[in-house]
Write a protein that binds this ligand. Structure first.
Ligand SMILES: *Cc1c(COP(=O)(O)O)cnc(C)c1O
Length: 401
């Protein structure tokens, strides 16, 4: 055997969604004729904005002409898309960015997983718990997470997010180099008012730490006091990078486009230079038709279609929230995020609640334990299904409880 990456070779396998699929399949096989409705869908289901599809098709055909052909795209994205991102997602919120601070990519997973390469191998990492697994897994593969024991990595600082603290992580108890934050949050559906988010920015500035801010769900923010970007907080350009995505904004999960903001102000320009250097070594950009499609998301027609799709999902979230609340269940989220996070009745384990819903109501969701130890006794339902299925699933849960 060649010398392999020992951290990757010994990674525990991600079993959550496989385990869920297996339990559903086993149930359906034993109970033929019973149809399980899923409120566990972690992917968008509404079609693309037509304006994006048309722009993508037009750009593809343009590439088939001598005049319109394009080879490699610029490593960091075409100016037309960078300008559209700055104008539509930042200027509108009073955040001013220059072109050389925005880096177009094929999605936020790529960037939230790649950003750890900016850190030293001994850097200390803190994450919210429960958490989107990408942040931990990629640090573990790089040898930064220590040993995996009883579901925890010894070198990762887990910051519990529970009903008691409003799903806002407690501040790290000792020095950490990098803090991953995600708001609006997957899986808890929590969103932080600007005043609250400012506390983490102030902490990072005081400690000279880096915040990696995942803003993948920014488009779902409706409440006035909730920021769409961490740069709405004072001083955030001095401590935070931000990842955004067209996936949940415009249904691009299968098209692939996102971006990362690395401000020039961050540690005297060092991080901007490092990210630029890394991307030019590792990336050859995002395809031209996809970047044209992303640009069209900001046309009047594109914006209208995105608003309609998001309203569709948020109506599902309301149906789940209201239906379960009136059945006596304590629910969180679902207001500025497409996720509803509920406390299981009698604080039973998420997996027991999963089995109960599956067997007695033929509804599937996601046990909170799958996202980290502080997810125990919680359960995630998503608003990404059809309204008909959402209504029927909520009706079944109510009938059961
Ligand atoms: C869906 C999601 C993303 C988006 O990832 P893409 O690679 O852009 O599709 C990022 N972060 C979180 C927490 C998500 O749930």
């Amino acid at each position: 055997m060649p010398a392999l990456n020992p951290y990757l070779a010994t990674m525990p396998s991600g079993y959550l969604f496989r385990e869920i699929a297996q339990r559903i399949a086993a149930y359906e096989q034993k109970n033929s004729g019973k149809h399980v409705l899923s409120l566990g869908i972690g992917d968008v289901t509404r079609p693309l904005p037509k304006a994006a599809g048309e722009a993508m098709a037009k750009a593809a055909l343009e590439m088939c002409t001598v005049e319109g052909f394009r080879g490699y795209s610029p490593d960091f994205g075409y100016d037309f898309l960078i300008d559209a991102i700055i104008k539509n997602l930042y200027e509108t919120r009073g955040v001013h960015l220059s072109q050389n601070e925005v880096f177009v990519s094929d999605g936020a997973k790529t960037d939230t997983s790649g950003l750890q390469e900016l850190m030293a191998s001994e850097a200390r990492v803190a994450v919210m718990d429960p958490v989107y697994p990408v942040y931990i897994d990629t640090n573990a593969m790089a040898g930064r997470a220590g040993e995996y024991k009883n579901g925890l990595w010894s070198q990762i600082e887990y910051l519990p997010c529970t009903a008691e603290n409003g799903f806002a992580p407690i501040m790290p108890s000792h020095y950490v180099d990098v803090l991953y934050l995600c708001f609006p949050n997957n899986p808890t559906g929590a969103a932080l008012p600007k005043k609250e988010l400012q506390r983490y920015v102030d902490w990072a500035l005081q400690n000279g730490a880096l915040i990696i801010y995942d803003a993948a769900y920014a488009a779902f923010v409706h409440s006035q006091e909730i920021p769409h970007s961490i740069y709405e907080c004072e001083g955030a350009k001095g401590c935070a990078v931000e990842c955004g995505s067209f996936s949940k904004l415009a249904g691009f999960t299968g098209v692939r486009c996102g971006y990362t903001v690395v401000p020039k102000e961050l540690f005297g320009g060092t991080l901007n230079d490092m990210w630029r250097r890394r991307l030019s070594a590792k990336h050859n950009g995002v395809s031209y038709p996809v970047q044209r499609a992303a640009e069209a998301v900001f046309s009047e027609e594109g914006k209208r279609a995105c608003r309609e799709n998001i309203a569709y999902y948020m109506n599902n979230a309301r149906i789940i929230r209201e239906g379960l609340t009136s059945a006596g269940i304590t629910v969180y989220g679902g207001v500025d995020a497409p996720y509803v996070w509920l406390q299981t009745p009698g604080r039973m384990s998420g997996w027991d609640f999963f089995d109960l819903l599956l067997h007695e109501a033929q509804v599937a969701g996601t046990p909170g334990e799958g996202f980290g130890p502080s997810g125990a006794g919680y359960f995630r339902l998503t608003a990404f299904g059809t309204t008909e299925n959402t209504q029927e699933a909520v009706r079944r849960i109510r009938a059961l409880l």
